[in-house]
Design a protein around this ligand. Structure first.
Ligand code: SF4
Length: 459
């Protein structure tokens, strides 16, 4: 009902929308659905908030800093709203799944029109329509002052996705998480784990490949537990096998893996299946068994090392990346040194490092956190310095070699760039549009802090 009615009205008004995404790839993927929905409603997109009639912020709740940034950015919309009282502002995503954050937004920013939870994207159309008809005096039918929807429900499989890229796509294969790591807010805001049906995933991926997509990343908070709640469904390895039956020239990536659920079967599939990239993002979070227990990660340092040994044995050129938390409550310097020693032992190609961020509502938020911020920063610096040396050594091994890479859209540091199969960034010394959106061969000429440098030699 709202779709066609809104489309007609919107077309008359010629409305422009702006969508900003905070946080992880899952949110990027959700934003693509939001954009698809706005497009279907007849909106066009603008790059600047000041030019928009509808502004949507898709928020992140994983770290306190991300929330502060969102709140600051919502505050800055006040002036835009003054200039254009018809401006429609919608806030959605993980942050709005939390009662405290919703209350904060409502009390601090009464000019926000819509607050909506992660699973209600398909209802955004209806909610925007309700605000729209009121603001534009189209009908007196609706009189909500403030609209919010935030409970969990099943995701709509039929949402149209508006993808920003023509070659790279993110495909969520599941939503939510059952793991309850003690520091993490995700299970509370994204809800319990739900896997999408394999047929729907397969159809979406085959369609993307037919349309020329070359790099497809399967997304889930813990992809290794895919299928657990599907009666008689597939596990993750079987899903990978099934989707890579599709003929074509493409790479499949996935994230995130959990060390407690990754299987030998999966590692063997990565080794033998040439459509699957030789890269695993496997967060270890801490090198100390004592801290891992307090984090409720459900594996030990020894188990993590044994997985890596198995993976390296089967896939000698595998690239491993990871997430690490520094300064978890009660982390001693000895615990931290265990993290340092694990990082040295494994030799990750890159690391995503975080200072522990307290999230209200999680078990870790109740733990005594006596480590000063200064000490946490010192530990982070030590870890970063070590990782810089390791990444540099890792990249130096490629210099002089030649490899097939996928050219990326856009620029990084003013340069065109590509990604290797192992997900290493290559800054290109030569480029012309003939190479655009294609796989090509690159000779690596050197390495710098953020990756490799290279020359395209042919396609
Ligand atoms: S696996 Fe742990 S860290 Fe990852 S989303 Fe689930 S609870 Fe959070």
């Amino acid at each position: 009902m709202y779709g066609s009615k809104f489309k007609k009205l919107i077309s008359k008004q010629n409305l422009f929308a702006f969508v900003r995404t905070y946080g992880c790839q899952q949110n990027v993927s959700d934003s693509e659905k939001i954009k698809g929905l706005l497009l279907n409603m007849g909106c066009s997109f603008v790059k600047e908030k000041k030019d928009a009639d509808i502004i949507v912020f898709n928020t992140c709740a994983v770290r306190e800093n991300a929330e502060f940034r969102v709140l600051g950015n919502i505050g800055m919309l006040k002036d835009l709203k003054k200039q254009n009282p018809k401006l429609i502002i919608a806030i959605c995503g993980c942050m709005t799944q939390q009662y405290s954050a919703r209350e904060k937004i409502k009390s601090m920013f009464p000019f926000v029109d819509i607050i909506i939870g992660t699973d209600f994207i398909d209802d955004l159309r209806e909610l925007i329509f309700k605000v729209f008809v009121k603001k534009y005096n189209i009908s007196g039918e609706f009189n909500n002052n403030f609209i919010e929807k935030y409970l969990n429900k099943k995701l709509d499989e039929n949402l149209t996705v508006h993808r920003d890229s023509k070659i790279k796509a993110f495909v969520p294969i599941m939503n939510g998480c059952d793991n309850f790591c003690s520091y993490c807010i995700v299970p509370y805001v994204r809800g319990r784990e739900i896997s999408r049906k394999p047929e729907a995933i397969k159809e979406e991926i085959e369609n993307l490949i037919d349309r020329g997509y070359k790099s497809i990343t399967l997304l889930g908070q813990n992809v290794n537990s895919y299928g657990k709640n599907l009666n008689g469904g597939m596990n993750f390895t079987e899903l990978l096998r099934e989707i890579t039956k599709k003929k074509g020239d493409y790479w499949i990536r996935f994230m995130t893996s959990h060390p407690k659920d990754i299987t030998k079967e999966l590692i063997e599939e990565i080794a033998f299946n040439d459509k699957i990239c030789k890269h695993i993002h496997l967060p270890f979070q801490s090198g100390s068994n004592r801290i891992l227990k307090k984090m409720n990660r459900q594996y030990t340092r020894e188990k993590y090392i044994s997985i890596v040994e198995y993976a390296r044995n089967k896939i000698p050129d595998i690239s491993l990346t990871s997430d690490v938390i520094v300064g978890f409550p009660s982390e001693s310097y000895y615990d931290f040194k265990q993290t340092i020693s694990l990082v040295k032992l494994i030799g990750f190609s890159s690391l995503f490092t975080f200072i522990y961020s307290k999230r209200e509502g999680t078990p870790a938020a109740k733990m005594k956190d006596l480590i000063s911020h200064e000490e946490k920063s010192k530990r982070l610096d030590e870890l970063l310095k070590l990782q810089r040396e390791i990444s540099s050594e890792f990249c130096s091994k490629f210099v002089g070699k030649k490899e097939r890479v996928l050219l990326e859209e856009g620029h990084k540091n003013g340069l065109k760039f590509a990604k290797t199969n192992q997900n290493i960034t290559v800054f290109l010394e030569n480029y012309n549009d003939d190479y655009k959106d294609k796989f090509c061969n690159v000779k690596f000429t050197g390495h710098k802090r953020q990756g490799l440098t290279g020359i395209i030699q042919n396609r």
